[in-house]
Ligand binder design. Sequence first.
Ligand code: GLU
Length: 424
Amino acid sequence: MSTRVTGRHTSTSRRFNAFEAVNAMFDRAADRLNMPDWLREILKTPFREVTVSVPVRMDSGKIHVYTGYRIQHNGARGPWKGGIRYHPEVDKDEVRALASLMTWKTALIDVPFGGAKGGVACDPMNMSMLELERLTRKFTARIAIVLGPQRDVPAPDMGTDGQVMAWLMDEYSSRRGYSPGVVTGKPVNVGGSRGRVTATAMGVLAATEAYYAAHNQTLAGKTCAIQGFGNVGSFTAKFWHEKGGKVVAVTDVKGGVYNKKGLDVPALWTYFNEKRTVAGFPGGEVMNNQDLFALDVDCLIPAALGDVITPNNAGTIKAPLIVEAANHPTMPEADEILHEKGIVVIPDILANAGGVTVSYFEWSQNLTQFYWDEEQVNKELDRKMRKGFHDVYELAKKEKTTMRTAAFMVALQRVGDAETQRGN
Ligand code: GLU
């Protein structure tokens, strides 16, 4: 399978777990909105948390029992929505944090969903296709009771892809009848949407271009460094290059490469497709993650795991702009350092919302059984991303705050209103 899992740093000075970190950002926005305590409590608490054991027969003949999660954070604005992650570091706090980020992301980009996330603590890089299929079918069977096109709609995330979604759809449909709308990110041939594979990266580019346009600049000629060469990192590199920007450095879990004149991205793709890593690419010098963060580039793009911008390395960052293609790449303590240094951050719930936006288009195509061409998908995606950017950018200016706090304010207001209007 085409999984491209990427690596992370660890910090010694971690104050918050991932879920507390998201809630710290939540509180900053809730304070500005004067949100009442009862509403804060509802919006911070996950609606439902499912933990399942997932016994899988491995190729060796032995049974391995994995642990899987599906956490539905808030469903006031529509069915729960969010990816399924296969990664060794998946745990309940992380899934909770990612589920709540989905609530804010879907509200901010204004698609009619709530927020959820799922995951299985496993190492997909070291599993065979058959093992992954058996794992996916068993996990689906055990969480199927809380899924459904009108209830909860998973999607790909780190370590999962269209093939995993196809198995999930098949397993669910074999119980409930043909249900393409139970999951998004499927291959086009089995009900997926055109443009879904590239959607997150396209959204990253649209948000970045909107930022430059707001400053009478363009992306052409701008340099960037990208951490991660998974689905999001690899397509972000491709599009950045195609738009006339320079990708000067890329790292993945096995290493990285740097070329101050700009990497030959098409050649890097060819190399990656063969070697499954960017490490050792002959078109540049060796690069590691810590040095990548400290590069003197126009834009830094974390596109891998969470918590990679820490209080330890935030001070070394020279890029004036950070675009968070990954989910929660910046620890709250690091966020304060970046703010003091005047570094602008386009936050994750805006920057990487392109994926769930096209998931919405896919779900809507599945419900109507009327399929769009790629041009229409990309046009609507671009429109949604630019609208999301301007909602955040204008509010940040008005409130004299960061784009992160403004993004949370927009999202909290919308979910809070829905929660209040629906009543208790
Ligand atoms: N896993 C992606 C995210 O974190 C996409 C979620 C979706 O499409 O539902 O936004």
